[in-house]
Design a protein around this ligand. Structure first.
Ligand code: SF4
Length: 370
């Protein structure tokens, strides 16, 4: 995380945090029952763990992470495709968090150790720059939600080099919330929606969801006061028995979002059915390139042979990361947590990414005190 600025500190004021914590206590007393909130962003989990926010929550208020880690929901066959392209001699570029994510048989880091040309980049545009400097095929393994999909779209709409393509594993958050909301064994009374994705799509994107599922939803930022304020707004909705929508992150999120970025996103991508690792196959939650951009689609250009089905690591079958992201389990309920599965030797993607609950819990001790 970047060094703190004065602006950050405004949102970490202990006195204000105490006031908001007291307000949460009052609201829970009025509600007089249990409230289960799901947040949908790895950065929320990071902030909650780092600042020990669970220790200031009143009894009966539970906040757990949903499918909000983009690396964690990238499906194994998608990693397999990237590995196959790398092994086939393409220059594969991707975000650093993706390197160690296990595919069915191996990760991109494994492929690189075996001689494949796998490079870490910070953006799709950096990957396109690599393509501009070589005659080799350069594939960007494009992962993440709306926040990274929009910049990927902008690069593709800007006429990148012909030897540049993307392997899209981009995903779209709202349909995943619908799937989690419908799961019979997941209790979600309210959502703290992902502020990062909403910067692009706007808070208004959740209106239909709130209307249809009647679940209070509040867009939240990532400083401690942002999160506590988001929870206060959620509890006010719950107390009033109202399925409302609120934006508790107005300094970054507007109702309409970033309109040019949103337009680029939907010009280049369309939604399609796709598997979210360990969670479910979800209609309209994967982002695929539209036909107009097929010349940049690695799946259209290359004959990708990624058949590793028989070689799966037996430990992987014990990974309960999907249950964790569906709000059904906590990391310390996994028998591999911190023993066979560590950031150095991750078994599941949730232990790889800085946005993965397992790695965050191991780093900050699960429910640390302030
Ligand atoms: S500790 Fe590892 S194996 Fe267990 S759920 Fe987390 S990522 Fe999966």
């Amino acid at each position: 995380m970047a060094a703190s600025t004065d602006r950050d500190l405004q949102f970490r004021d202990p006195e204000k945090a105490e006031q908001l914590s007291d307000r949460l206590e009052e609201l829970m007393a009025e509600i007089d029952g249990r409230v289960d909130v799901m947040h949908v962003c790895g950065s929320h989990e990071q902030a909650i763990a780092k600042f020990g926010l669970r220790s200031v929550l009143p009894d009966g208020l539970s906040v757990r992470m949903g499918p909000g880690c983009p690396v964690c929901v990238t499906d194994m066959p998608e990693v397999d495709e990237a590995v196959a392209l790398a092994e086939d001699g393409k220059i594969v570029t991707t975000y650093g968090d993706m390197l160690k994510v296990p595919g069915t048989a191996k990760s991109l880091a494994d492929a690189r150790d075996e001689g494949a040309d796998v490079r870490v980049v910070y953006s799709a545009s950096e990957a396109a720059e690599i393509a501009a400097e070589t005659d080799e095929d350069v594939v960007f393994f494009a992962t993440g939600f709306e926040t990274t999909a929009a910049p990927t779209a902008a690069v593709l709409a800007d006429d990148p080099p012909a030897n540049f393509s993307i392997l899209s594993a981009h995903k779209y958050v709202p349909p995943a919330m619908e799937v989690v909301a419908e799961m019979p064994d997941t209790n979600v009374d309210a959502f703290l929606a992902a502020g990062h994705a909403a910067v692009i799509t706007g808070s208004g994107i959740f209106e239909e969801f709130v209307d249809e599922y009647e679940i209070p939803t509040v867009v939240g930022g990532f400083e401690p006061l942002d999160i506590l304020l988001g929870l206060v707004k959620i509890l006010e909705f719950v107390r009033d028995d109202e399925a409302g929508l609120a934006n508790a992150y107005p300094r970054c999120v507007t109702e309409d979002g970033n309109v040019p970025a949103k337009e680029a996103l939907w010009e280049v991508f369309e939604t399609t059915r796709g598997e979210w690792r360990g969670i479910a196959e979800i209609p309209d939650a994967d982002l695929a390139l539209r036909d107009e951009y097929a010349q940049y689609d690695a799946r259209e250009i290359f004959d990708i042979d990624a058949a590793y089905e028989d070689e799966q690591d037996p430990l992987t079958a014990k990974c309960i990361s999907g249950d964790i992201m569906a709000g059904k389990a906590d990391p310390d309920e996994c028998e591999l947590y911190g023993e066979e599965c560590t950031p150095e030797n991750p078994v599941g993607a949730s232990m790889v990414s800085s946005e993965g609950t397992c790695k965050i819990w191991l780093e900050y001790g699960g429910h640390p005190d302030l």
